[in-house]
Design a protein around this ligand. Structure first.
Ligand SMILES: Nc1ncnc2c1ncn2[C@@H]1O[C@H](COP(=O)(O)OP(=O)(O)O)[C@@H](O)[C@H]1O
Ligand SMILES: [Mg+2]
Length: 261
């Protein structure tokens, strides 16, 4: 590529860095993470991560403990820690890298962190209602209870007294209470019994059918891969694999080298 072409490509308003041959020609990326770098203070953690997510897709973001999965999600969400120093994140034509975390949330990005952040002193219903205090408002409380009947049954109970699985449902429900385009889930299955994971998995499929795009970070890689359409694997803050979930499931070497499964 000549220098002139390079300069021109830098000016493209919305880059399509898709590496997925099935989509590249037809569908531009819905969420495009391009060459992002992020630091905690002096520690260089996210080291040039790029990947694309297509609309309505579930992407499994995998890698060993400490690979940089949480940091990548936090950088995408523009939390500020780690601080994204360069790169671009585009969501449906919106430049998230130019936004605060609050603006990125209004633009349709929802991060459900590992610790779930249920607000103490509030009931289940109040936790959901609090998410709807300002626009853009998403699903109604009743629709969230249809998706998670357990939350409906416990609507008057204090949120922090729920079981781990129910708290996870509440934090996903609370994300849906806002009008979101992309759901970032950080280890939603952690510490949950397999039957509860089944339940949450079912709802993730329903959410997918509503057209919401999901990035699923999970230590339980096999479960995540069975649910996901595509997978990105991180190692030391860099992408080492980008392809279909099935490719990872059937590639023993890849699973052994990067996922220890
Ligand atoms: N707040 C922080 N300050 C400094 N280093 C951090 C901080 N959080 C995470 N790290 C480091 O960043 C690297 C990636 O961590 P993380 O993104 O949490 O990985 P993963 O989610 O894949 O387990 C690790 O080496 C971790 O020690
Ligand atoms: Mg993590």
């Amino acid at each position: 590529m000549s220098q002139i072409e390079l300069d021109k490509s830098k000016q493209t308003a919305r880059p399509d860095f898709s590496r997925d041959a099935n989509h590249a020609a037809t569908a531009p990326a819905f969420l495009s993470v391009h060459d992002i770098h992020a630091y905690y203070g002096e520690s260089y953690i996210v080291q040039g991560v790029s990947f694309n997510v297509h609309e309505g897709e579930i992407l499994a973001l995998l890698g060993r403990n400490g690979a940089g999965k949480t940091s990548t999600l936090r950088a995408i969400a523009q939390i500020g820690s780690p601080l994204m120093t360069s790169g671009e994140v585009w969501l449906d034509h919106q430049a998230l890298h130019l936004m605060s975390s609050h603006e990125a949330s209004r633009a349709g990005l929802a991060l459900v962190p590992e610790d779930r952040r249920i607000i103490p002193g509030l009931t289940v219903e109040e936790n959901i209602q609090l998410a709807q205090i300002a626009p853009p408002i998403g699903w109604s409380v009743e629709r969230i209870y249809e998706l998670f009947p357990r939350l409906g049954e416990r609507r008057k109970q204090e949120g922090v007294t729920l079981s781990g699985g129910e708290q996870q449902m509440l934090s996903i429900g609370r994300a849906l209470a806002r009008d979101i385009k992309v759901l970032l889930l950080d280890e939603p299955y952690e510490g949950l019994a397999p039957v509860i994971v089944d339940e949450i998995e079912k709802t993730l499929n329903i959410i997918k059918r509503q057209g919401i795009t999901t990035i699923l970070v999970e230590q339980n890689a096999v479960r995540a891969l069975k649910l996901a359409d595509r997978a990105v694997i991180l190692e030391s803050g860099e992408v080492v694999f980008d392809g279909t979930a099935d490719e990872v499931l059937h590639n023993e070497q890849l699973r052994h080298d990067y996922l220890a499964i």
